[in-house]
Design a protein. Structure first.
Length: 235
C-alpha cells in the first residue's frame, strides 16, 4: 500500500475556518477516486492529509490539478488564504506492520535524481522552427523540450508556449523556438537528492525539472518519476 501525506501549516487566527473546511469534507467523491483510504489529522497549527492506495501519488496530483472541477478549484483557492506557506509532502521513513517483512522504507533523501531522470529528453535549438520542435515533442509525453545553444541550456519550450504561438496565429514554419521559449525557472544536478528536486519542483510549481551538468542539459526529471522512486519503483 502506497502512502502520501500532505502537510499544511495554517495561520493561528484561521483555526476555526480550517475546522469548518475540514468538517465540510473533501471537494470530491472519495468513492470515485483510486484512493483506498483517506485520513485527516489536525493540530493547533497544522493539518495533515494522509492518502493511501496502489497509485496514490498520481491520484493526489491529478486531484490537485483538476481545475475543470469547480468544487476542487474553489476549495483550493479557499485553503490558500488560510495557510502560512505552501503545503508540502511528508515521506515515510519508518513503517512497521505486524507480520510484515518490510519494516522500513528507504528515505527519499537517500536517492539521487540520476535514478529517476530521463536521459532521452527532447533537445531543440533556438533557431529551430516551432514545427520542427513540435514534431520532436509529440513523442515526449507532454514533457517540455530543452533548448540548448552550443550545448548550453538557455530555455524550455512547453506545450503551453506552443499554444501561445498558435493563439497569435504564428505559422509553425515561421515561428522560431527562440521567440517562444520560456526561461528556465530552476534546474538540478544529477547527483542531487530526489528530495531536493521534489522540494524545488513543488516550490516552483513545476511538473518537470531539467537536470544539468554545469550549464549542459543531461536529463529531465518529472514529479511522477520522483514519486514512484519514493516507493522504490523505477520509472
Amino acid at each position: 500500500m502506497n502512502r502520501v501525506a500532505v502537510i499544511a501549516r495554517f495561520k493561528p487566527e484561521q483555526a476555526e475556518l480550517v475546522k469548518a473546511l475540514l468538517t465540510a469534507g473533501p471537494p470530491y467523491e472519495l468513492a470515485d477516486t483510486a484512493i483506498d483510504r483517506h485520513a485527516v489529522f489536525l493540530s493547533a497549527r497544522e493539518v495533515t492529509f494522509v492518502f493511501e492506495g496502489p497509485e496514490v501519488e498520481w491520484e493526489v496530483e491529478d486531484l490537485a490539478d483538476d481545475f475543470f472541477n469547480p468544487d476542487v478549484r474553489a476549495a483550493l483557492s479557499e485553503w490558500r488564504t488560510l495557510l502560512e506557506e505552501e503545503p508540502h509532502i511528508g515521506r515515510p521513513v519508518f513503517v512497521w506492520e505486524r507480520g510484515s517483512d518490510q519494516e522500513t522504507e528507504k528515505p527519499l533523501a537517500a536517492r539521487a535524481v540520476a535514478d529517476a531522470m530521463d536521459e532521452s529528453f527532447v533537445r531543440v535549438a533556438p533557431e529551430d522552427t516551432l514545427g520542427e520542435a513540435v514534431a520532436r515533442m509529440v513523442d515526449g509525453d507532454g514533457a517540455p523540450a530543452l533548448v540548448a545553444d552550443y550545448g548550453r541550456l538557455i530555455g524550455l519550450l512547453s506545450a503551453h508556449d506552443v499554444l501561445r504561438a498558435v493563439a497569435e496565429r504564428v505559422l509553425p514554419s515561421d515561428g522560431r523556438v527562440r521567440e517562444w521559449m520560456s526561461e528556465v525557472p530552476a534546474s538540478v544536478a544529477a547527483d542531487a537528492t530526489a528530495d531536493e528536486a521534489a522540494v524545488t519542483m513543488v516550490e516552483s510549481g513545476l511538473h518537470h525539472l531539467p537536470v544539468v551538468s554545469g550549464e549542459r542539459p543531461v536529463g529531465l526529471v518529472s514529479l511522477h518519476r520522483l514519486l514512484r522512486l519514493r516507493v522504490g519503483e523505477r520509472a
